[in-house]
Design a protein around this ligand. Structure first.
Ligand SMILES: [Zn+2]
Length: 278
């Protein structure tokens, strides 16, 4: 949900990572990068000299699938030969990660099944007859879907200015109008220290597709149960909730209700509907 222009480069790296094959669902442990300043490098393999595939800022969350034993590193948190295998497929030295003392499994050996990333998106269904889609705003992409730097970013950020009209990406029915913020109000500008999508609306479309439109400047102009046309005004761009500046955070989910498990890449989804987002 947070807007962060610096991750566009990370998007390229993310697509280059090999996705592990399917395996059993994996419990993930959250940790916090602690470097004392510079970002923590994410590596393709567990080595300080391996290809750098991204980074995470000090103080930010990392999602740890399992640990492997490799080269010893002396860091700001500990001296260790453990490396954390993250949910985005990369590795970071555990020497720079604050995390629970127990509960992180060892990564399977080469002969065992690979670890399943928790953020695996479901397949995008083929369009139904008569579906018609458009962009919710015409504005540049500033942050992609589940990039290396932001593996839990379940949508895209579009750099629309404050008060830009947000339009329904397709015809449907409004199923949710919510203020979602961890503290305070959605009627004021949010910030990165808050959690939540701010003022947002969800529209359900044909075939169980749900679109979500976040960080609106004020309560959406539509109400739950209302039918909307493609291109109909839903609300206006703002920066409510967990947001560092005005933008539209846009999500697409397959099979209502919308949840993390059924989020898909809005760029790929819209492309499948003949709409280009870049
Ligand atoms: Zn976002």
């Amino acid at each position: 949900m947070k807007m962060l222009a610096t991750v566009v480069a990370g998007l390229v790296a993310a697509t280059a990572l090999t996705a592990p094959a399917a395996a059993a669902t994996t419990k993930v442990v959250t940790g916090t990068a602690k470097t004392g300043g510079t970002p923590l490098n994410m590596r393709r393999t567990p080595s300080p000299t391996a290809e750098r595939v991204g980074s995470v800022a000090s103080g930010k969350t990392v999602w740890i699938l399992c640990q492997v034993t490799a080269q010893q590193v002396t860091g700001t948190v500990r001296t260790t030969n453990l490396w954390d295998h993250l949910a985005n497929g990369s590795y970071v030295s555990d020497a720079y990660v604050e995390r629970p003392a127990t509960g992180i499994p060892s990564c399977p050996t080469a002969s065992a099944p690979p670890v399943q990333p928790v953020e695996q998106a479901p397949a995008i269904p083929a369009p139904a007859k008569g579906e018609s889609w458009q962009l919710p705003v015409s504005a540049g992409l500033v942050s992609g879907f589940r990039t290396i730097a932001r593996p839990s970013h379940d949508g895209v950020d579009l750099a629309a200015t404050r008060e830009t009209p947000i339009l329904a990406a397709a015809a449907g029915t409004v199923i949710r109008v919510v203020c979602n913020v961890s503290a305070g109000s959605c009627d004021v500008d949010g910030n990165r220290n808050l959690g939540g999508c701010g003022w947002y609306a969800e529209v359900q479309h044909a075939g169980g597709i749900v679109t979500r439109y976040c960080h609106m400047v004020r309560r959406p102009v539509v109400t739950v149960g209302q039918a909307v046309r493609k291109g109909q005004l839903l609300g206006n761009v703002g920066t409510s909730g967990s947001s560092s500046g005005p933008h539209l955070h846009f999500e697409v989910h397959v099979n209502a209700p919308a949840a993390r498990a059924n989020a898909v890449d809005p760029i790929a989804f819209l492309r499948s509907r003949g709409v280009t987002l870049r």
